[in-house]
Design a protein around this ligand. Structure first.
Ligand SMILES: Nc1ncnc2c1ncn2[C@@H]1O[C@H](COP(=O)(O)OP(=O)(O)OP(=O)(O)O)[C@@H](O)[C@H]1O
Length: 232
C-alpha cells in the first residue's frame, strides 16, 4: 500500500537548538498512530514540523508522494494535513458557527464530506452552543471545536496534541475519525487507552524514535515502558 505520509531523517531546529535528530516515520492512509514519550522529548516539535510551523527543518516530509517540507502551513493544510494544537487556539470572539465556517474547505480531491451540519451532528454539544463565543466554552468544548474545525478542512491526516487535555470524550471522537478513514497521529500520556485504539505506538526519546510497533509489541516490553514512559 502507498504511504500517506513519509518522514525520513527529519531534523528540526529552534534557533541554534537542534530538537529532532533524524526522525523517520511512515503513516498509511487511515492509520491511527499514537506518539508517546516523556516530557520534552520532541513530540510537539514533530507535529509542528509536519504542519510547517518550525522555521528550520531538514530531511524529507512527503504527503501522497509530494514534498511538503518547508511549505507554508496554509499550503500544508490545503494538501490535507490538519493540526489540533495543545492549548487549542479557538477564536474567542467568534461564535462556534463562525469558528467552524471560517475553516471550511474542500479536501484535496474536491470532496466536501465534512460540512457544518455533519460536524454539528457529530458534536451535539457544539450544536447546542452554536451561538456562543469561543471564550464561553469549556476546555472540552473548545477541544471539540478545534477538532471540528480540523474536520471542516476535509483532511487526510489529523495531528492531535495532548488529546485528553480537553476531556475523555476524545476517545469517541477518535473512533469517529477512524471510521471516516482519516489517518491520525495522536499525542497523549494515556498509554492504556491509546493502546486500545491505535494501530501503532511510536515512542520518542531525546528527539528521536526509540520504538515503533504495535500496541501489543510495546506492552510486552516492560523495560522499555519503564525507561521511556515511567510505567511499571
Ligand atoms: N519554541 C521553542 N523554542 C526553543 N525550544 C523549544 C521550543 N519549543 C520547544 N522547545 C524545546 O524542544 C524540546 C522538545 O519540546 P517538545 O514540546 O517538542 O516536547 P514534547 O515531547 O512535546 O513534550 P511535552 O510532553 O512536555 O509537551 C524541549 O527541550 C523544549 O524545551
Amino acid at each position: 500500500m502507498n504511504m500517506l505520509l513519509t518522514v525520513d531523517r527529519l531534523e528540526s531546529f529552534y534557533g541554534p537548538s537542534q530538537i529532532l535528530h533524524g526522525v523517520s516515520l511512515a503513516v498509511k492512509p487511515g492509520e491511527q498512530v499514537a506518539l508517546i514519550g516523556r516530557n520534552g522529548m520532541g513530540k510537539t516539535t514533530l507535529l509542528r514540523s509536519l504542519m510547517g510551523l518550525v522555521p528550520r527543518v531538514q530531511g524529507t516530509i512527503d504527503l501522497n508522494g509530494s514534498s511538503i517540507r518547508g511549505k507554508k502551513p496554509e499550503t500544508i493544510s490545503q494538501a490535507g494535513v490538519a493540526l489540533v494544537p495543545e492549548g487549542r487556539g479557538v477564536f474567542g470572539s467568534l461564535t462556534v458557527i463562525e469558528n467552524l465556517t471560517m475553516a471550511s474547505r474542500a479536501g484535496r480531491d474536491g470532496k466536501r464530506g465534512w460540512t457544518l451540519d455533519r460536524v454539528l451532528s457529530v458534536f451535539p454539544r457544539l450544536a447546542q452552543r452554536r451561538g456562543n463565543g469561543g471564550h464561553q466554552l469549556s476546555g472540552g468544548e473548545q477541544q471539540m471545536l478545534t477538532i471540528g474545525r480540523a474536520l471542516m478542512t476535509n483532511p487526510e491526516i489529523v495531528l492531535i496534541d495532548e488529546a485528553t487535555e480537553g476531556s475523555d470524550e476524545i476517545w469517541k471522537t477518535l473512533a469517529v475519525i477512524r471510521g471516516e478513514g482519516i489517518a491520525t497521529i495522536v499525542v497523549d500520556k494515556d498509554i492504556k487507552n491509546l493502546a486500545k485504539v491505535a494501530d501503532r505506538m511510536v515512542v520518542m526519546s531525546k528527539g528521536g524514535i526509540e520504538f515503533d510497533g504495535t500496541p501489543s509489541e510495546l506492552l510486552s516490553q516492560p523495560e522499555l515502558l519503564e525507561r521511556h514512559l515511567g510505567l511499571h
